[in-house]
Design a protein around this ligand. Structure first.
Ligand code: DC
Length: 674
């Protein structure tokens, strides 16, 4: 997951390959709650692991449900339900920004507190306290539920507690259906707990929106033993004697809303081969698979079977559409971004519910689409988007809304449009971490199937002598940007270590080159594995460093290590540190830094490092060794240590690491188009 303040996407050029989607948020949270309410134990497989499901799990634990990890490869849990009996009578539940937790838990706990006694406080993040819940409270109060607003009238936080009167469920219960379908879902999931002696009837007033989500609710209720009778979309009857029963085992489908980004990706960028989506398919119970038809209407070639979807680009540029999106409200945001790739004006209507989601999505989409150069008209319940005549690089604000972050990532493919002539503009996604709400690995999944020439992937090189701090600075810069890191010194050190382990002499150039060419080296954050074993500490050894310097002077070794080093250049970008990163390996890098510090300063830093590692060292000896190593690195015939002509020189003798990092990031930022 990208935990950086922003994520820069360079212009991207193509996509092909297969992705597996995380579990559906809507199904996951419904199944979790139903498993928590029913009798018996339910094993839930392929559960979504995200912010929203974590708050639901935490709430269930607080309420006394037993939650264990389910066995198997996929993320799953085993929940022992309450069997409809409260075990905890007083609790404060924090529900983040999860509407799928707040609404149904409100209904369930209001009913149970009335039936069995109790007091529950439900709260969330600030935005949750701006998302309406009044219609649900208004539906529950006439039943005798005592619900108090702890903040603003009509919004969470709420207190639910034992009422003055017993529960009244003989008359039909009225709920509005035109603001959020989650209010009806909440009642449908809660009322089976009360439908004992007689059936319970729910009447929906106003036109019910987002009906496919009600379908999901009804199908899942069925899996848990409740057969709701539906008359049109306005009357729902829960039969008398309803009782939740565990299905024992349940598999969560991949998230169809998340599929929309990859369907759109296929429509825009799959020219070499299809984009294949695993985990959700034609027979899905999620309404958002209806997005497939919308994508086809815009010009995508889509095939789908049981549990899979394959998409290729057909019409290019895409075709504008005029569509009522009531049935696919979440996935429709993706259409708004696809409109950037279409000829003509796209009109999306029936999206009033966007205003009460994670953010006011109509306003947010309009503002952000305009930043890229699009012409946008935003109404109460519609959005009209015309593609930019001239694209502008833009920094996209994400409003703590996962879907804005995900759908706008597709804008990075603008280089594919004829008018962009393969040049394209970069797109910055602010606070990319917000995707954790439903798809924590969204960007990693996207990058795994994006095909963009390596030369297009940004590289920052940081070269310099030993102990100049380049390794620490490079690692911090990579961390701040979410970029990959190449510590090329470690590559030479690993070669030296492997040579000494296999007894190859340090002057056997052919033997060393052969070894280097087949080096089994895997580097990741805080770990370097050689032949499958962790060698991070072994590589830090001064003796290994000295050997590395000798090995590195051999031309055949350097050639043999070229491909390995180049392979680190992956999306979203790379920070590479060493001696010849800017001069040889990445000689066309986007930014080259040459980091220096006086020999005395560097010797002091090295001494501090060694002391921290429990090794004593004499400063004069260290200084002499550093100077000797620098002399060898500078005077060798191939790739000598020197600043590239276009490198920025940064003497950090008097700078702290933080200041050096800030200086590099500052220079980088000045070269960005945002
Ligand atoms: O940066 P370091 O101390 O880990 O590097 C160890 C040796 O490897 C160094 O003395 C020179 C060599 N090296 C190189 O020749 N080219 C690089 N890009 C990185 C390191």
């Amino acid at each position: 997951m990208f935990n950086t303040p922003f994520l820069d996407l360079p212009p991207l050029l193509g996509a092909a390959g297969s992705v597996r989607l995380p579990g559906s948020k809507s199904i996951s949270n419904r199944v979790l709650l139903l498993a928590g309410l029913c009798e018996g134990t339910t094993a839930i497989h392929q559960l979504l692991d995200s912010d929203d499901t974590q708050v639901m799990l935490a709430a269930l634990r607080t309420l006394g449900c037993k939650v264990e990890a389910a066995s198997g490869d996929d993320y799953g849990v085993r929940i022992s339900g309450l069997g409809g009996r409260l075990q905890v009578r007083e609790a404060a539940l924090f529900l983040g920004n999860a509407g799928t937790a707040m609404r149904p838990l409100t209904a369930v706990l209001a009913l149970l507190a009335t039936l069995q006694g109790g007091r529950f406080d439900l709260s969330g993040v600030q935005r949750m306290h701006e998302r309406p819940i009044g219609d649900l409270v208004d539906a529950l109060r006439p039943l005798g539920c005592r619900i108090d607003y702890l903040g603003q009238e009509g919004y969470p936080p709420l207190r639910l507690q034992t009422g003055a009167a017993p529960l009244q469920i003989n008359a039909p219960i009225c709920v509005r259906g035109d603001v959020s379908s989650q209010f009806l879902t909440a009642l449908l999931m809660a009322l089976p707990l009360a439908a004992q002696a007689s059936p319970v009837v729910i009447d929906v007033t106003g036109e019910l929106i987002s009906r496919p989500y009600i379908d999901i609710t009804l199908k899942l209720l069925q899996r848990f033993g409740i057969e709701v009778m539906r008359e049109g979309w306005s009357r729902f009857t829960i039969p008398a004697g309803s009782r939740y029963r565990s299905p024992g085992e349940i598999h969560v489908e991949g998230d169809a809303s998340s599929a929309s980004y990859f369907i759109a990706l296929g429509a825009i960028a799959a020219t070499a081969g299809p984009v294949r989506i695993e985990g959700v398919g034609a027979a899905s119970i999620q309404g958002d698979v209806g997005f497939i038809d919308a994508a086809r209407a815009m010009g995508a070639h889509v095939e789908a079977g049981a549990g899979w979807i394959e998409v290729r680009r057909a019409q290019w540029p895409l075709r504008a559409i005029d569509l009522d999106c009531n049935a696919i409200p979440d996935a429709a945001m993706t259409l708004a971004v696809m409109a950037l790739f279409a000829t003509g004006r796209t009109r999306l209507s029936g999206i009033a519910s966007w205003r009460v989601k994670e953010t006011d999505r109509i306003a947010a989409m309009a503002i952000e689409l305009r930043k890229l150069g699009a012409t946008v008209v935003a109404g109460d319940d519609f959005l009209e988007v015309t593609a930019p005549a001239a694209w502008q690089a833009a920094s996209i604000h994400t409003y703590d809304d996962h879907r804005i972050a995900m759908c706008f990532s597709l804008a990075a493919f603008n280089a594919l449009l004829p008018q962009q002539a393969a040049a394209g503009v970069a797109v910055r996604i602010l606070e990319p971490r917000c995707v954790a709400k439903t798809f924590p690995d969204y960007f990693e999944t996207l990058f795994s199937i994006v095909q963009t020439p390596a030369a297009r992937i940004p590289v920052i090189t940081i070269d310099g002598p030993s102990a100049s701090g380049k390794g620490t600075v490079a690692s911090a810069v990579a961390g701040a940007l979410g970029y990959h890191l190449l510590d090329s010194g470690a590559v030479y050190r690993a070669t030296a270590l492997a040579a000494s382990r296999s007894g190859i002499a340090l002057d056997d150039e052919t033997g060393l080159a052969g070894l280097a060419a087949s080096l089994d080296l895997v580097c990741s954050a805080g770990s370097v594995r050689l032949d499958g074993f962790e060698v991070m500490d072994a590589l830090r050894d001064e003796a290994v460093g000295a050997m590395a310097s000798k090995v590195a002077a051999l031309p055949a070794v350097r050639t043999a290590l070229l491909r390995l080093q180049l392979s680190f250049r992956q999306l979203p970008g790379l920070v590479a540190d060493g001696r010849d990163m800017g001069t040889v390996i990445f000689d066309k890098a986007d930014l080259k830094i040459f980091l220096t510090a006086s020999a005395a300063t560097r010797a002091r830093r090295r001494q501090a490092q060694l002391i921290e590692a429990g090794i004593s060292a004499n400063i004069d000896t260290l200084c002499a060794e550093l100077e000797m190593r620098d002399a060898r690195d500078k005077t060798r015939l191939v790739a000598p240590l020197k600043a590239a002509e276009d490198a920025v020189l940064l003497d950090n003798s008097f700078l702290s690491i933080e200041q050096s990092v800030a200086a590099v990031l500052d220079i980088w930022e000045q070269r960005r188009p945002f």
